[in-house]
Write a protein that binds this ligand. Structure first.
Ligand code: ADP
Ligand code: MG
Length: 236
C-alpha cells in the first residue's frame, strides 16, 4: 500500500531522514519507533505530503504522491500535537471535518461512541482536558473509515482505559484489512498490537522486521526487551 524509496530530508544542515526505504502492506500494524528526534514524525509527514522529501519518492496504492493528492482520502491521520479552533464545540469540529472531507455517509462512529464523546458534543474545545482532545483527534482519524491509519503517539495523554479502547479499535480495523502506522515511545503500549517494527535512529532505518521473527530471534516476548536485545547486538 505504501512504498517509500530512498527518501531523504534535510532541515538546513540537519539530516533528518537518511535514505529511507520501506514497504507497508494491507492488514499490517506497524510500529514506527526510535528515540526522540529520530525522524518519525518527519517521515509520517512525508507520507502525508506535509513535508516534501529532498529526494526519493513515495507511492500509495502504486501512485506517486508527489503528482496527485487524491490519495489522502484513503488516510486517517492523528497528529502528535493537534490544534483545534478554541471556540468550536466537539460536534462542530467533527461536522467541519466531515464537510472538508466531503463524506457524510458510511461514517464509522464506533470510536466516538466508545469514548463517550456524544455526551460532550456541546463542550467547546478550549474547555477540554488534554486527554479529551486526544480522543477527538483519534476519532477524526477513524470516522471516515480510511484504508490507512497513521497515528502519531496516539496513546500519549490518554488514560489507561481509553488507551485500551483505542488499541482494540486498531486491532479491529486490522482484521478488516487496514494498514496502521503507529508511533509511540512507550513500547509496552504496542505489545499485543503490532505485526511489524520499523526502527529509526538519527534518521536512518536500523531495522524493519516482523514482530514474530524478532520474537523468535531474540527469544523475548515483550517488545521493549526484544528491541533492547537487538539494539545491544547491533552495538557489538
Ligand atoms: P521524532 O518524531 O522521531 O521525535 P521528528 O521527526 O519530529 O522526530 O524530528 C526529527 C528532527 O528534525 C529533530 O531534530 C527536529 O528538531 C527536526 N525538525 C523537525 N521538523 C523540523 C522543521 N520543520 N524545521 C527544522 N527542523 C525540524
Ligand atoms: Mg514525533
Amino acid at each position: 500500500m505504501i512504498i517509500a524509496t530512498n527518501v531523504n530530508k534535510q532541515f538546513g544542515k540537519l539530516r533528518v531522514l537518511n535514505d529511507i526505504s520501506v514497504n507497508c502492506n494491507k492488514s499490517q500494524t506497524i510500529a514506527l519507533i526510535g528515540p526522540n528526534g529520530s525522524g518519525k514524525t518527519t517521515f509520517i509527514k512525508c507520507l502525508l505530503g506535509m513535508v516534501i522529501p529532498d529526494s526519493g519518492f513515495i507511492t500509495v496504492n502504486e501512485k506517486n504522491i508527489a503528482r496527485d493528492c487524491q490519495y489522502r482520502e484513503h488516510i486517517g491521520y492523528m497528529p502528535q500535537i493537534s490544534r483545534f479552533p478554541d471556540n468550536m464545540t466537539i460536534e462542530q469540529v467533527i461536522d467541519m471535518v466531515k464537510d472538508i472531507r466531503g463524506k457524510k455517509s458510511g461514517l464509522d462512529m464506533e470510536l466516538v461512541e466508545a469514548f463517550g464523546l456524544p455526551a460532550l458534543y456541546k463542550k467547546k474545545m478550549r474547555t477540554l482536558s488534554g486527554g479529551t482532545r486526544q480522543k477527538v483527534s483519534a476519532c477524526l482519524a477513524f470516522i471516515f473509515d480510511p484504508a490507512i491509519l497513521i497515528l502519531d503517539e496516539p496513546t500519549a495523554g490518554l488514560d489507561p482505559i481509553s488507551s485500551e479502547v483505542l488499541k482494540e479499535k486498531i486491532m479491529k480495523e486490522k482484521s478488516r484489512g487496514k494498514l496502521t502506522l503507529v508511533t509511540s515511545h512507550v513500547l509496552s503500549d504496542l505489545d499485543d498490537l503490532v505485526t511489524e517494527i520499523i526502527y529509526l535512529q538519527d534518521g536512518s532505518l536500523k531495522l524493519h522486521s516482523s514482530v514474530a521473527n524478532l520474537r523468535k530471534d531474540t527469544g523475548e516476548e515483550k517488545l521493549n526487551k526484544v528491541i533492547a536485545k537487538i539494539m545491544r547486538e547491533q552495538v557489538k
